[in-house]
Design a protein around this ligand. Structure first.
Ligand code: PLP
Length: 405
């Protein structure tokens, strides 16, 4: 498809021209609507804003959506990763395999339990962790593998299970991008020993801050539930309820990771629209692919047959050999056209803490290192209207036309 928009040929805003938009298009704007706004107001008026019945309903609704046996809602996906790692037995001296092409939280949570994150490179087309790199990184100390379903695309769970299961290695999925993801007919959230999802403001289902862990294991679910609320005996949140004060007992020193009803009020209605929103992003994904097909970029790879992509992010990998600008210069030029974009991600091994503590070099992860310099995420929220989409088309063409060698 050719994008025919006269704005493409105007002078760049960075050179004093008129920006494509007069107002700023925020990257990752949450799509909040009247039903959840009304529910939040109702929670505020009810006087019970903390953990309560709405969290229970949200857990049930999410569990049913995923088809998992158990779901425990928490205040973030990071909390879910942390508690899952403990539940699966990771501790000091253990190694946990983590893709380096991910958000820092995936690796940070491994450090929180005192284990060593062992970073592995990604595949250059899917950006998901490469099962061959996982195999090469195995040692007798490997306890857990943490695949991330990057941008919503399923990691190769079939290959990872074949590596992990015979060796007794556990699988914890970071499904922060993957609420709607399916791998070979199996819903993400039902495959790994634990799966952690995120409801952060930019994610596909939003509760402000929030996360949830699904698992088939009743014991793990009930431990996470207790560990997320001070280690207090089950249902301790009811202690101030209208059927009288209840004593609680602390079973172990737990964390403060519980989700509030205020958050679940958003989640209940967001989740009710999850498929409708998925459909909208699936359509936009295809339109973006068509609109940017003849630009100096690498477009997202086609979806693996039998899988379902969650379409969380739309990422352009800039072909820097054909551009005279860096990614950061392209991003800044788009910013000046009033188009917000994201970077997913500068790989974990490039951050100072991990460079220092793991003693790793950029050359050890050639794909993730190159992608870190080339990646650019376009606005992709269901909040985008038709004219917003045309503004993105125009701005990307305008800027890359100027940036071309
Ligand atoms: C957002 C994100 C997280 C963290 O989620 P929070 O709910 O903010 O803790 C973890 N991993 C990945 C890949 C993410 O994108």
């Amino acid at each position: 498809m050719t994008v025919n928009d006269p704005r493409i040929h105007e002078p760049l805003a960075r050179d004093g021209g008129r920006p494509v938009r007069s107002s700023y298009l925020i990257f990752g704007a949450p799509d909040l609507q009247d039903p959840e706004i009304a529910e939040v107001v109702e929670v505020l008026r009810s006087g019970w804003i903390g953990t309560g019945p709405r969290v229970g309903r949200f857990e049930e609704q999410f569990r049913d959506y995923v088809g998992a046996r158990h779901a425990v809602a928490l205040n973030s996906c990071t909390a879910g990763l942390h508690l899952s790692l403990i539940a699966l037995g990771a501790q000091s001296g253990d190694e946990v395999i983590v893709p380096t092409m991910t958000f820092a939280a995936t690796a940070n949570s491994v450090c929180h339990v005192g284990a060593r994150p062992v970073l592995v490179d990604c595949e250059p087309d899917t950006l998901n962790l490469d099962p061959r790199a996982v195999e090469a990184a195995l040692t007798p100390k490997t306890k857990i593998i943490v695949p991330v379903h990057f941008a919503g695309r399923a990691a190769d769970m079939t290959a990872l299970e074949a590596i992990a299961r015979p060796r007794g290695i556990r699988i914890l999925e970071d499904a922060a991008h993957g609420v709607e993801t399916v791998h070979q007919g199996r819903k993400i959230g039902t495959i790994g020993d634990c799966t952690a999802f995120s409801f952060y403001v930019t994610k596909n289902v939003v509760t402000g801050e929030g996360g949830i862990v699904t698992t088939e294991d009743e014991e793990i679910a009930s431990w996470i539930k207790i560990a997320g609320l001070h280690g207090m005996s089950k249902d301790a949140w009811k202690r101030y309820s209208d059927d009288g004060f209840k004593h609680y007992e602390v079973e172990f020193p737990g964390f403060k990771y519980n989700m509030m009803d205020l958050q679940a009020a958003l989640g209940l209605h967001q989740l009710a629209r999850v498929e409708e929103n998925w459909q909208k992003r699936a359509t936009l994904w295809q339109r973006y692919r068509d609109a940017f097909a003849d630009l100096p970029v690498q477009l997202p790879a086609p979806v693996r047959h039998g899988d379902r992509h969650a379409y969380h992010l739309f990422i352009l990998l800039l072909d820097l050999d054909r551009l005279k600008w860096t990614r950061d210069q392209v991003q800044h030029a788009l910013h000046q056209e009033n188009i917000g974009t994201g970077i997913h991600y500068r790989a974990v091994h490039l951050h100072p803490y991990y460079r220092r503590s793991l003693g790793v070099r950029p050359e050890s992860f050639p794909h993730a290192t190159a992608i870190s310099e080339r990646t650019l995420s376009l606005p992709f929220s269901t909040k985008l209207g038709e004219s917003d989409v045309h503004d993105v088309f125009a701005a990307v063409h305008k800027v890359l036309r100027a940036a071309r060698r």
